[in-house]
Design a protein around this ligand. Structure first.
Ligand SMILES: NC(=O)c1ccc[n+]([C@@H]2O[C@H](COP(=O)([O-])OP(=O)(O)OC[C@H]3O[C@@H](n4cnc5c(N)ncnc54)[C@H](OP(=O)(O)O)[C@@H]3O)[C@@H](O)[C@H]2O)c1
Length: 298
């Protein structure tokens, strides 16, 4: 248990959290954790079926949740999501930028649309959402959280569309922290390590097709619940930055303080990294009507 927090007294009763990409994976775990701590939740994602399921699960547990289906790559839908939260609960305290798109492959083989999809989802979307949320967060002296990644520290080979979009997101968080300093809005960035994924987790293969990401067995995976607890702790303690996992600390320290070592290390490991990111398998997403596929695809 985090020393600074006594969970029995860290209630978030009366607080309102918007969590993007919360019908699956880490986002869903954050929903359950903040719900358990008493916050009212605005769920988001594009797949209506999964949104309904988690809303029902929240109700069964006696937690408060409403849902808003929105593609956060669209600025108008981001504005509507914010307006819906205010209309539903009268305030916004926490915005958790969690929704993300993923891809794998080399720059040479990468479908051009992958670069734009990842940038739109992982960088533009949080920027739009923050833009519309700031006036409301100013009133509550609230929190903006960015769920970033180990890949946000360095231009990782064979994963650069993702790394570049997460590095851009980190730049957004850094800038916002200064811009919102006088408003006392808390900005936190979480660099999560490799985490267990849900069966339905989809990523873009290098040719632009969709594949289900198989559970990775060649790296140590954190639980989604542990990442969710880290987010909750950051909110309660108003933590500016948190890095999870050994790999996260290694990537952060080596890229920031020993960049020459980081470069040499990646050159040394380049074959293993290429294999990890290009040969991880995964079955193709074949039917657009499959109940597992989002209503609107990437
Ligand atoms: N899993 C890991 O190993 C890992 C490691 C480090 C960091 N992270 C970070 O953790 C966060 C969550 O990752 P995850 O593994 O839980 O991913 P995930 O299982 O693929 O979930 C992604 C969520 O984002 C939603 N989403 C995607 N595009 C969207 C869009 N355009 N508009 C609205 N919602 C959208 C998806 O729902 P719909 O498809 O219904 O829209 C889904 O709910 C991400 O920010 C990721 O970068 C993950």
């Amino acid at each position: 248990m985090n020393k600074k927090i006594d969970r029995r007294t860290s209630g978030l009763d009366g607080k309102v959290a918007i969590i993007t990409g919360s019908n699956r994976g880490i986002g869903k775990a954050i929903v359950l954790e903040l719900g358990r701590q008493g916050a009212a939740i605005v769920l988001n994602g594009r797949n209506s079926r999964r949104l309904k399921l988690i809303k029902r699960e929240m109700a069964t547990k006696g937690f408060i949740a409403v849902s808003f289906r929105a593609d956060v790559r669209n600025p108008h839908e981001c504005r509507e999501l914010i307006e819906f939260a205010v209309k539903s609960f009268g305030r916004i305290d926490f915005v958790i930028n969690n929704a993300a798109a993923f891809s794998r492959g080399s720059v040479e083989k990468m479908a051009p649309s992958n670069f734009s999809c990842l940038m739109e989802t992982n960088y533009y979307a949080p920027a739009y959402l923050c833009k519309y949320a700031i006036p409301h967060l100013r009133k509550t002296k609230g929190t903006l959280i960015f769920v970033n990644s180990v890949s946000g520290f360095y231009g990782f080979p064979y994963n650069v569309a993702y790394a570049a979009s997460k590095m851009a997101q980190a730049a957004l968080a850094q800038a916002l922290e200064i811009e919102l300093f006088d408003d006392k809005i808390h900005v936190g960035i979480l660099y999560a390590g490799y985490t267990e994924n849900e069966e339905e987790k989809i990523m873009l293969d290098e040719d632009g097709s969709l594949v289900y990401l198989p559970q990775r067995s060649n790296v140590r995976l954190a639980t989604r619940e542990s990442v969710a607890r880290a987010v909750a702790d950051m909110i309660v303690n108003r933590t500016r930055k948190k890095t999870l996992s050994f790999l996260g600390h290694f990537a952060e320290i080596s890229s920031r303080y020993f960049p020459r070592f980081a470069r040499r290390f990646l050159i040394w490991k380049r074959d293993a990294i290429r294999q990890y990111y290009t040969l991880t398998g995964g079955s193709r997403v074949t039917s657009l009507r499959s109940s597992k596929v989002p209503d609107s695809l990437v």
